[in-house]
Design a protein around this ligand. Structure first.
Ligand code: PMP
Ligand code: GLN
Length: 404
């Protein structure tokens, strides 16, 4: 790490930050000393370096809806370039409220229960940093998305990682025993990245019973893939009256509208919680990109979210069929745009080495699942993203069937 301190930096060709700290008796300044570049950046970069087909990082490689582009072009020359109100563009807040009512029959107050965020990532970070203080514990279910733990650590909290069952359903005995008087938050992700699992009615009932016993515990429900579920309907925390008072829900237009680079998401939370979240949000972001908010607001009038799930179901089936003759074992994908596979029939290597080899020797990039566990549990599994053109999926499958 580079550090410019008086003129010392210039005296040394390689400046060792840790030695400097030790020598000068400064306690380490890093809040995330063990954190490295995210696996998504690492794998995408490797894929690019080796010209491999990138099924690792979760982003679509197909063009966005032409209607979205047309709206963008038209609105760009209008007066939409200054700050929006802090919580979001009023018309967008209104459309999200309508969407929430239509899909989940929940009526939200746009003034007090809704906040536009810079993607779900910022919403999640802000929510965690609003409610977790020094020494508080937050329960995270493994395998888990990579941004939860660092957000808890930055807040000074303690991430308590609890593994899901082997079939990726939540294990309520384990979760119950992980709850202490310091537990302030449980973070759930449904539909689930990386496994594609979705929560059942029974799972929600068990969670409700558990949270009733622990009124100090809040719930953060990451539902960025809410519109991508297949055979089983996604159950949103928005539809659970017993949870609503204690729940913050995170959503992402990046996922729902195939514009991950626009970084627009939102949080829904009851007024008492949202009031606190907004206090932090206003000094972290103030207001989110105005152009994207205006365009999305207008686009929401014409977009049909049922089409999103249908499109991804078709892609999932295409990819699964194309892998039928491969030696990979495909696990069920109930939602999201991820397919997890095990490669036990091919290799005994650990998943990181195998994923690297898949890039360098076979030309396809995937994410090793061990990175989603606190203890790097290696079940010899990979995650492929099927949010890609049919040609990309078929070309990747063609390479994957040859891996023996
Ligand atoms: N949560 C999960 C489970 C995700 O997969 C992602 C990845 N995009 C995010 C949150 C972050 O969403 P955004 O890109 O809107 O920040
Ligand atoms: N959510 C995406 C995934 O799971 C990655 C987002 C990111 O790169 N931060 O692949």
């Amino acid at each position: 790490m580079k550090c410019i301190v008086k003129n010392q930096f210039y005296k040394f060709q390689t400046f060792n930050f840790k030695n400097y700290i030790r020598k000068n008796r400064i306690i380490t300044m890093s809040k995330l000393p063990n954190t490295t570049a995210s696996i998504f950046s690492v794998m995408s970069q490797l894929a690019n370096q080796h010209n491999a087909i990138n099924l690792s990082q979760g982003f679509p490689n197909f063009p966005v809806d032409k209607r979205l582009l047309k709206i963008s072009e038209r609105l760009l020359s209008e007066n939409i370039h200054q700050y929006t109100p802090m919580a979001g563009l009023p018309s967008l807040l209104h459309k999200i409220a309508l969407l929430t009512q239509e899909n989940y029959q929940r009526i939200i107050n746009t003034n007090s229960e809704l906040l536009i965020t810079t993607g779900a990532t910022q919403g999640i970070f802000t929510a965690i940093n609003t409610f977790i203080k020094n020494g508080d514990e937050a329960i995270i279910l493994d395998p888990s998305y990579d941004s939860y733990e660092p957000s808890v650590l930055v807040a000074g909290g303690k991430p308590v990682r609890v593994s899901l069952n082997d079939d990726y359903t939540p294990n309520f005995n384990k979760i119950a025993s992980a709850i202490t008087s310091k537990t302030k938050l449980i973070i759930i992700n449904n539909p689930h990245n990386p496994t594609g699992k979705i929560w059942s009615e029974n799972d929600f009932e068990a969670l409700e019973t558990l949270l009733e016993k622990h009124p100090q515990v809040l719930l953060l429900s990451d539902e960025v893939y809410e519109y991508i579920s297949f055979k089983h309907q996604h159950i949103s925390a928005n539809t659970r009256p017993k949870l609503i008072d204690k729940t913050i829900i995170a959503s992402s237009f990046g996922k729902s509208l195939h514009v991950t680079g626009w970084k627009v998401g939102y949080l829904i939370a009851p007024e008492a919680l949202m009031k606190e979240i907004k206090k932090i949000h206003q000094f972290l972001v103030f207001s989110v990109n105005s152009i994207a908010q205006h365009v999305i607001s207008e686009y929401l009038d014409i977009v049909d979210f049922n089409e999103v799930a249908k499109m991804y179901e078709r892609k999932k089936t295409l990819f699964q069929n194309a892998l039928k003759d491969s030696k990979f074992e495909l696990l069920p994908s109930e939602g999201t745009y991820f397919q997890i596979v095990n490669y036990k029939g091919i290799s005994t290597e650990n998943d990181m080495d195998f994923a690297k080899k898949l890039i360098t020797q076979h030309g396809v990039a995937a994410i090793p699942i061990s990175v989603f566990y606190e203890d790097a549990t290696d079940k010899q599994m990979l995650r492929f993203c099927f949010a890609k053109t049919d040609e990309t999926l078929l070309a990747a499958a063609d390479k994957l069937v040859k891996v023996v």
